[in-house]
Design a protein. Structure first.
Length: 348
């Protein structure tokens, strides 16, 4: 039972800016000075090509070094299962294999199950078999060539893409030979959830976990208040948040293309590839933030809706009752559009 503080006064606001795939999520934690109460333990490190930041609130003294070891162990297990940058990971071995059927780990099957479900609900905009195209455009482990891919190369890569060709049944995966699965759109969110579960097992019920911008928070901060997460406007410069979201037992993720891109000639290419065309998406949506029961779901849906764009994306979010916030450009100005559920949850 977390004891709340008394006689508190606000002293400052701390911002932790973290990349979200290639978008930017600003985490705003209101800091108070108080007479007595629980304390927070802050742990950070590197994982999955990015950084993580975890805050645990407890009435008891926390062994920070020991807890960091437990967290790092969990994150190593995620990389061992599904990293495409780690050549000996389970997923890398599957992607290299000429076999078509595999027995998968619990972790990999859990993530694939969620990913395939989202693929089925938004097949034109989300596909974790898009790895050949991600690599072809230079946004994966493979280095990008000097020139953009040719139409023939894109067509060949597209022929190896399609979630509908993948089946998963009780940890038994079947996929065509030559198919390359890329879980970068969902793995960080899963890592956030797995760390959260580990904290629960260790007896903590008040915490915030963030990996590369994907977040899950539960309970209260050290001031007895629900964690507040601010979504920053998509820009290379740090600015004021667009909206602040109270987060309790929920996941939050943002996807955007304004940081991970390259320019060739006068054309700008972002890292989100359309599974329909094989080209990086080209529309006026700058970022999409999704609030969901898990960070894994928020992570994947943010990518799917960002790929769809604001017009198609808001229809998907409304039809499927997803909590999503779109930030887009119109006539040179930033605009926002929230799904009904996002509005309902953030106005409470």
């Amino acid at each position: 039972m977390l004891k709340t503080k008394t006689s508190c006064w606000m002293t400052s606001v701390v911002k932790l800016n973290r990349l979200v795939k290639t978008g930017l999520l600003a985490l705003f934690l209101v800091v108070y000075g108080c007479d007595s109460g629980p304390s927070s333990t802050f742990i950070d490190g590197a994982t999955m090509g990015t950084t993580y930041h975890i805050t645990v609130v407890s009435d008891e003294v926390v062994d920070r070094q020991w807890l960091k070891q437990q967290i790092d162990g969990v994150l190593i297990s995620v990389n061992d299962a599904m990293s495409t940058y780690q050549s000996d990971s389970e997923l890398s071995r599957i992607n290299r294999s000429e076999l078509t059927t595999f027995s998968t780990s619990v972790a990999l099957s859990n993530v694939l199950d969620t990913a395939l479900s989202i693929c089925a609900q938004a097949p034109s905009h989300y596909d974790v078999t898009i790895g050949p195209l991600v690599n072809l455009w230079g946004f994966g482990p493979s280095r990008r060539g000097e020139d953009s891919p040719t139409a023939l190369q894109i067509s060949e890569a597209l022929s190896r893409v399609g979630c509908d060709q993948v089946s998963l049944d009780n940890q038994h995966l079947t996929r065509p030979a030559g198919m390359y699965i890329d879980l970068s759109s969902i793995a960080k969110g899963y890592g956030v959830d797995l760390v959260s579960h580990e904290l629960e097992k260790l007896g903590y019920s008040h915490y915030m976990v963030e990996i590369g911008g994907e977040v899950f928070a539960k309970g209260y901060n050290e001031h007895g208040r629900i964690w507040t997460i601010g979504v920053e406007r998509p820009s290379l410069e740090v600015g004021a948040p667009v909206v602040a979201v109270a987060l309790d037992s929920s996941g939050l993720a943002t996807s955007g293309d304004y940081r991970n891109f390259f320019i060739e000639g006068e054309q700008r290419y972002g890292h989100t590839i359309s599974p329909q065309t094989g080209f990086p998406i080209q529309h006026n949506t700058l970022s999409v933030t999704v609030l969901a029961p898990t960070a894994m779901e928020a992570d994947a849906w943010a990518t799917a809706l960002n790929s769809a764009g604001v017009e198609a994306g808001i229809k998907i979010a409304t039809d499927l009752d997803l909590a999503a916030l779109f930030i887009y450009a119109e006539a040179g100005e930033l605009q926002t559009l929230a799904s009904p559920l996002f509005t309902e949850l953030t106005e409470q």
